[in-house]
Design a protein around this ligand. Structure first.
Ligand SMILES: NC(=O)c1ccc[n+]([C@@H]2O[C@H](COP(=O)([O-])OP(=O)(O)OC[C@H]3O[C@@H](n4cnc5c(N)ncnc54)[C@H](OP(=O)(O)O)[C@@H]3O)[C@@H](O)[C@H]2O)c1
Length: 247
């Protein structure tokens, strides 16, 4: 039976390269994002790589639309193997704006976009007694970051949600992986005038992610320098240092 993988945020960066990696393995890919023209081009490339798929032009905040798309995807031939809640946005808190809009935008896409992606799949995954869920969190989730509190907070929230889901779904043979990348080449990071230590090529990053998800790792922090150097520093650095370097 064909295996299927569902990926949100598939129109660029990590999601795009996840689609290519699974297409090369012959998977059927369900691709979600708002830019349909990009999704169409990516699906065409997936087909040349040996896979097939379907695109869903959707905002992950559209709960009804996501539920419809997920039911449609489930009904297509093949077994649902893995789901990636990958869509996400960065940005600053706009601390002087006098408005919560910028923060709420980031919090809603990065948290509610994840629940809108995963929850409609759960009854089906339970009924097939099998499945892998991956949620893209971030190394930034390990400390509240100055001017990026919405981003780091949203990524901490989904990492914590994954822990709860993982425990609840363990007996159904469903794994839940919180993926915590450091810097990866993508539209989110490219061209940004900030230090991006240990930045990985998208293709390399995606291969590491897939290996971790297939091994059903609960939390996967990469590259290793982030795990052993940056996160301990972020956790234990005094506030004055974080303020100085905006870690
Ligand atoms: N790159 C890094 O260094 C890094 C590090 C840690 C974590 N991450 C996380 O990795 C994930 C992927 O990001 P990326 O680096 O690949 O950046 P990216 O190239 O900017 O990709 C973001 C993707 O999310 C989609 N998206 C954004 N808002 C959406 C919405 N409301 N509805 C549907 N799709 C939406 C975008 O598609 P449309 O605009 O077409 O909708 C795009 O496909 C994000 O969750 C990000 O926080 C990235």
């Amino acid at each position: 039976m064909n295996k299927k993988v569902f990926i949100t945020g598939a129109s660029s960066g990590i999601g795009e390269y996840l689609a290519y990696a699974y297409a090369e393995k012959g998977y059927f890919v369900g691709l979600v994002a708002r830019r349909a023209n990009r999704l169409q081009a990516i699906l065409s490339k997936c087909q040349t790589l040996g896979g097939d798929g379907k695109i869903y032009e959707l905002d992950v905040l559209n709960g009804d639309g996501m539920t419809w798309a997920i039911h449609d995807f489930i009904a297509l031939p093949g077994e649902v193997d893995t789901i990636y809640a990958n869509a996400g946005v960065g940005g600053t808190d706009e601390m002087s704006s006098g408005s919560a809009d910028a923060m709420n935008h980031i919090l809603s896409i990065n948290i509610l976009g994840v629940t809108n992606t995963i929850m409609p799949f759960i009854p089906h995954l339970k009924s097939q007694n099998k499945g892998k869920i991956a949620v893209v969190s971030s190394v930034a989730s390990f400390r509240g970051l100055p001017h990026h509190a919405a981003y780091s907070g949203s990524k901490a929230a989904v990492r914590n949600i994954c822990q709860g889901w993982g425990a609840a779904l363990h007996n159904y043979n469903i794994s839940v992986s919180a993926i915590c990348p450091g810097f990866v080449a993508s539209e989110m990071t490219d061209g940004k005038n900030i230090a991006q230590p240990f930045k990985l090529d998208t293709e390399v990053a995606v291969k590491k992610m897939i290996r971790a998800v297939d091994r059903r790792k609960k939390v996967f922090i990469f590259p290793w320098q982030m795990r052993f150097i940056t996160i301990p520093l972020m956790r234990h650095a005094p506030d004055w240092l974080v303020r100085k370097f905006g870690m």
